[in-house]
Design a protein around this ligand. Structure first.
Ligand SMILES: C[S@@+](CC[C@H](N)C(=O)[O-])C[C@H]1O[C@@H](n2cnc3c(N)ncnc32)[C@H](O)[C@@H]1O
Length: 291
């Protein structure tokens, strides 16, 4: 992970070199349209209200929970005691980006969305409200945060919180999951706690219109998740990667994904990177855009 100074320098460099955030001089009609109608959309949607009220409640929640330590730099099986307010401050996407994800999904009418890394379910609460949503599947390896997320996002319907390590073992939902679920007030038949891994989860999805990869920020797993998800994407899909400049490993993963022949357009917004697979672009395009 880069330190604050390194990240700061990278961010300044991005601000200096990135394309204009208003679309001036942009030669790609698709990207111009994305900038003008999605990135620049400042409308206060009603769908922003509930997730931000939820975030506020979490920020005021001083309860300490036991959280499995997953992702970059973690040691398998280790747990940490963490305050809910601290998790939401440090691990949850800033509203600027959760909202952008929501707008992207709305604009391109994405019906099947996959989120890797639910955490407390704040970004999921935005995505759960996309009009025409068929299903949002969001996967989380830490049970206690998944429980909290589930309590909130089940209110929206069409959302499944799936528990499991992206790279872990597949196991059918056991009695333990059922008991945990029922204790949370979730009906036995609604328990999405089938402990699974990403491969199995993706193989059970009919297609993936949009995926948000926001967990385990390391080179090899990120590339593997990309490969696992890809077969279920189609020409109009997009995959969004979080924290593409967070570490050298993540920058290497992003570089490799950008250069992948199947990716026809990549967009670097510094804190997230988006890739598209549309065949309408005559040549492979990459843009870094101020956001
Ligand atoms: C940055 S948080 C997700 C934030 C969420 N997307 C949001 O914006 O509201 C990343 C989450 O991914 C989970 N995670 C990391 N590595 C994982 C793995 N290998 N399997 C399952 N979950 C994992 C962590 O437990 C953590 O809750």
């Amino acid at each position: 992970m880069y330190n604050t100074l390194q990240l700061g320098i990278k961010y300044i460099n991005y601000l200096i070199t990135a394309n204009n955030g208003r679309g001036h001089g942009m030669h790609s009609p698709f990207v111009y349209d994305l900038i003008r109608n999605v990135l620049m959309d400042k409308k206060q949607y009603e769908a922003y209200e509930k997730p931000e009220a939820f975030r506020k409640r979490l920020l005021n929640n001083e309860t300490i929970i036991e959280v499995e330590d997953l992702g970059a730099g973690s040691v398998s099986g280790k747990t940490k005691q963490r305050k809910i307010s601290e998790i939401v401050r440090t691990s949850v996407k800033h509203k600027r980006y959760s909202r952008l994800l929501y707008r992207i999904a709305c604009y391109y009418k994405y019906g099947r969305i996959l989120e890797l890394g639910t955490s407390l379910g704040v970004t999921s609460s935005y995505l759960a409200q996309v009009p025409g949503l068929e299903e949002l599947v969001t996967m989380e390896g830490a049970d206690a945060v998944a429980d909290m997320a589930e309590r909130e996002v089940l209110n929206y319907g069409k959302v499944r919180v799936v528990r499991g390590d992206f790279d872990g073992q597949v196991a059918e939902s056991g009695e333990r999951d059922v008991e945990r679920g029922e204790a949370r007030g979730v009906r036995r038949e609604d328990i999405g706690g089938h402990r699974t891994n990403l491969e199995k989860l993706v193989s059970d999805m009919p297609r993936i219109d949009m995926a948000f990869i926001d967990g385990n920020h390391r080179r090899e797993p990120t590339l593997r998740y990309f490969e696992t998800i890809l077969p279920k994407t189609h020409e109009d899909s997009c995959i969004i990667f979080d924290d593409i400049h967070w570490s050298r490993e993540m920058e290497e993963a992003w570089e490799k994904i950008m250069k992948d022949a199947r990716v026809t357009l990549s967009i670097d917004l510094f804190f997230i990177g988006i890739v598209f697979f549309r065949k309408e672009f005559r040549e492979k395009q990459h843009f870094s855009i101020r956001f």
